[in-house]
Write a protein that binds this ligand. Structure first.
Ligand code: KG4
Ligand code: ZN
Length: 347
């Protein structure tokens, strides 16, 4: 039997991406990022939809050319159905539906969060089932138990902010541009993670919370590091706060990052221990964080667990992960019809 070829489209937030997968191997993964949001300090949904409209044809075109395959060679068209910005999802969804209709090929609707997890099935060295995946993105923080590529169970999640949001909000308070996560990562590399102490919340089970950390950082900065983090008397002047940030940026970033990582990995390690699962993965935009990648590997080595991390290009939003998920759904004949709705929420 010839290989199953899937063309996949991702447009849930501010990356327009297309990928081609053949027999479970990714042949191309093109990603157009949208620079237009940086000056607004966050993603502007209407601008994102418009940018997807501009990017989608050239991105699909280049992904196909790079794969060496043609539209007619595809067995199915996969797209991100949910969750995400509704206008952005609709652009990719309508494009995929039009292709499916015009080519008379089946349509596969993919959940973005499942796809982040399955990015771990892209490399040749794959985790064995069941495995646990810590999915950390701009909108989600989850521990997922994966019984098979299509049987995923969320066993823990954030009760307020997501890990990526914690990075981005901390960065904003430090005056760094959006999205601040990668910049906190960059400065943290040269800083002392033990210099400042931020609190670790006590949340039951495998759930997470980052809102307390956010408040602690806010008070800490308003007091220019002089007072206890929870003390609500703002002693420092604006100039003192700015000087404090300028002089200590690297240590502040390293200390915040250190706490976010310990919150994440303490819960993951507890779940692995209690469930007796030895294959662990991380996924989502925050899994691009160099401190998290390093601490996750070290945790695995120390405890004798197998750790897996997707390649950088498959950590942040990309169509490669939609393609691999589409491939496994194809094997199970899990197709959608043209009336399938795009959904802002889901999973
Ligand atoms: O998965 P993703 O690309 O989009 C969503 O589905 O949300 O994740 C984006 C998030 C942003 O919050 C961004 O700041 C964060 O991932 N991120 C990072 C790093 N690279 C991306 N956070 C910390 N360190 C990084 N190196
Ligand atoms: Zn994502």
């Amino acid at each position: 039997m010839s290989k199953i070829n899937i063309l996949a489209i991702e447009s849930s937030c501010d990356e327009t991406s297309a990928a081609v997968c053949s027999g479970g191997e990714i042949l191309s993964n093109r990603i157009a990022t949208q620079a237009v949001h940086a000056e607004h300090g966050g993603v502007v949904p209407e601008l994102a939809s418009r940018a997807h409209m501009q990017h989608i044809v050239p991105v699909v075109d280049v992904a196909l050319k790079q794969s060496g395959l043609k539209l007619e060679d595809m067995n199915a068209i996969a797209f991100t159905q949910a969750p995400g910005l509704i206008g952005s999802l609709l652009v990719g969804g309508q494009f995929a539906k039009s292709l499916s209709l015009a080519l008379n090929k089946p349509l596969i609707a993919v959940n973005h969060m499942q796809a982040h997890v399955l990015a771990n099935l892209i490399p040749a060295d794959k985790p064995s089932f069941p495995f646990l995946c810590l999915t950390v993105s701009g909108g989600h923080t989850q521990i997922v138990k994966c019984v098979s590529p299509t049987r995923l169970e969320i066993i823990g999640e954030t009760i307020d902010d997501a890990a990526g949001e914690a990075f981005d909000k901390a960065a904003k308070m430090l005056g760094l541009p959006y999205p601040g996560g990668p910049l906190v990562d960059k400065y943290a590399k040269e800083g002392n993670p033990d210099r400042f102490q931020f609190p670790e919340p006590r949340i039951p089970g495998y759930n997470f919370s980052f809102s307390g950390l956010k408040t602690a950082i806010l008070y800490f900065l308003r007091n220019a590091g002089t007072a206890q983090v929870y003390k609500e008397e703002f002693a420092a002047s604006e100039a003192e706060r700015q000087r404090f940030i300028d002089e200590n940026l690297r240590d502040i970033c390293a200390s915040i990052q250190h706490r976010i990582i310990s919150i994440l990995l303490n819960k993951l390690s507890r779940a692995a221990k209690e469930l007796g699962i030895k294959d662990l993965c991380i996924a989502g935009g925050v899994s691009a964080n160099s401190g998290l990648r390093k601490a996750f590997k070290e945790m695995g080595e120390e405890k004798g667990w197998n750790t897996f991390i997707p390649d950088f290009q498959y950590c942040t939003d990309n169509a490669g992960m939609i393609a691999i998920t589409g491939y496994y759904k194809y094997l199970e004949n899990d197709f959608a019809d043209l009336s399938v709705p795009s959904m802002a929420r889901g999973f």
